[in-house]
Write a protein that binds this ligand. Structure first.
Ligand SMILES: Nc1ncnc2c1ncn2[C@@H]1O[C@H](COP(=O)(O)OP(=O)(O)OP(=O)(O)O)[C@@H](O)[C@H]1O
Ligand SMILES: [Mg+2]
Length: 471
């Protein structure tokens, strides 16, 4: 089903078009704008709905022209269909001049509508629209309850949000003992639970009601204790997709219980910040968690941060690294008065405090890591690949190899071709052949399903991490 938005100051025309589109069963209308929106509102709408098609009323040529050129810059690949009350030859010429090749006039005859949709579908197959989505996604995972994960999640998120033009969202996914509401003295009645429950219908109007904005930081608290809450994977994926399009950085504060939704969130994350303290119970459980995450291919994303370090700790940084087998990327001091002061004020630690300053530095180091990742251009080629069905249970295919695509295309009917072409330079496709075929995109740099690979994947495939089809 194609996702669409309609921009039409002529409300009646929009209603008729919507009714006609509904009858086709091929296009969902996600938003109807009854005026030509200013750029900022249009960006919000595009980010919120990630449409494939825009139906644009050409009753005002100037306004429509502005929107066409804006959309071309903002959402490459988004298909525009011009609409109008009448089939006026001058309007038709103008739409052609602007590069809008599809034109529909009232009364939106079914056959003509179908023709246009088929044509647009073919274009989308070749070039799906790209909607910017951030890869800066971080999960904060405690090794053990009470090690200071929420405290660090808050202070690091706040440090990230202090950078200019950086919209940060901190979501408290510790759904049974979430502290963010208390730490920041939030009054908003809505919570993560509402966001999850409305994940399929979230839009630019509902979202601001769910979050609380503090400077450049948006916070979504965990709501009231609800042990019976069921959260589905698709709900999480839809929600995170929306978040990715609307923020520069996402931070998830998790409980240490490794619930299914926490695993989903970690799969979505570029980095998992595992918080430990230099004490035996915390380190023991950190090892257990690392072992568990290894089983899910997530270990390579883990960064260990050590909190509440005192002058003479039981274990030094080097000893902790040896014990866990992974580097400790940052240590944070034990500063109970400082943290308590901030907590009493319902705020985070300011940058001139010790913890606040360290969080600022740490946020910068995360930034530098992102730059390094962006700069990787040299991609090694996989030297050999086996043929599907030849008994190999694991094959690696270079993204440029289209034999896989040819085999899949008829069976799946999905848009594999553009995805392979688009990502050919940046990723490898690895496929495991069993009775059905699994494909996943892995990063050419770390050979893993890191957040970089995942975000590429998700941009193409709404809602699923692994694509599976029968061959
Ligand atoms: N660096 C620190 N120095 C001193 N006290 C700290 C530090 N970090 C956290 N704390 C304190 O430790 C307590 C637990 O912190 P926090 O709630 O952030 O931990 P958590 O790992 O999120 O716990 P939970 O598993 O319950 O979610 C709080 O009282 C907090 O003020
Ligand atoms: Mg916590």
């Amino acid at each position: 089903m194609l996702r669409s938005i309609i921009i039409s100051p002529d409300v009646e025309l929009a209603e008729r078009l919507e009714a006609a589109l509904t009858l086709t069963g091929e296009v969902s209308v996600n938003r109807v704008l009854d005026r030509y929106p200013p750029a900022i509102d249009l960006v919000r709408t595009l980010r919120a709905h990630a449409p494939d098609v825009l139906f644009l009323n050409f009753e005002s040529l100037d306004k429509a022209q502005e929107i066409v050129s804006f959309v071309e810059k903002q959402s490459d690949g988004l298909q525009i269909i011009a609409i109008h009350r009448t089939c006026d030859s001058q309007i038709l010429r103008e739409t052609m001049r602007l590069g809008v090749r599809e034109f529909l006039a009232h009364p939106f005859e079914r056959a003509l509508l179908k023709d246009s949709i088929d044509h647009v579908k073919a274009l989308l197959e070749r070039k799906p629209p790209t909607h910017d989505a951030t890869t800066q996604v971080f999960s904060f995972l405690p090794s053990k309850a009470g090690v200071g994960t929420s405290t660090l999640a808050l202070n690091i998120s706040a440090a990230m949000a202090r950078r200019p033009n950086t919209r940060v969202l901190l979501s408290d996914f510790d759904l049974n003992s979430g502290m963010m509401r208390f730490l920041l003295n939030l009054r908003n009645e809505y919570s993560v639970i509402d966001a999850v429950e409305h994940s399929l219908r979230i839009d630019e109007n509902l979202w601001p009601q769910l979050v609380t904005t503090m400077d450049q930081l948006d916070v979504l608290h965990a709501g009231r204790v609800n042990p019976n809450l069921r959260v589905e994977g698709t709900q999480i994926r839809n929600l995170v997709e929306f978040m990715r399009r609307n923020y520069d950085v996402l931070c998830f504060d998790l409980s240490g219980n490794l619930e299914k939704y926490s695993m989903e969130l970690m799969q979505e994350s570029k980095r998992i910040l595992l918080v430990v303290t230099p004490e035996i119970p915390s380190l023991h459980l950190a090892r257990e968690k690392l072992h568990f995450l290894r089983g899910y291919d997530l270990e390579s994303r883990v960064m260990v941060v050590m909190n509440r370090c005192i002058k003479k700790p039981l274990f030094s940084k080097a000893q902790v690294e040896e014990l866990l087998g992974v580097p400790v990327v940052q240590t944070f001091p034990n500063d109970y008065p400082g943290i308590n002061k901030a907590m009493t004020a319902g705020k985070w630690c300011e940058p001139d405090t010790e913890i606040g300053g360290m969080c600022t530095e740490f946020a910068k180091s995360l930034d530098r890591e992102e730059e390094r990742c962006e700069r990787v251009e040299e991609i090694p080629r996989v030297p050999q690949h086996s043929q599907p069905g030849a008994g190999a249970d694991q094959i690696a295919l270079c993204g440029a190899d289209f034999s896989l695509q040819r085999r899949l295309q008829p069976a799946s009917g999905h848009r594999l071709k553009p995805m392979l072409q688009a990502e050919a330079r940046a990723t490898w496709i690895s496929a495991v052949y069993t009775r059905s075929l699994w494909i996943r995109i892995i990063c050419a740099r770390c050979w893993n399903r890191c957040a970089r690979a995942q975000s590429m994947w998700r941009r193409r495939w709404s809602g699923c991490g692994t694509y599976r089809t029968r061959i």
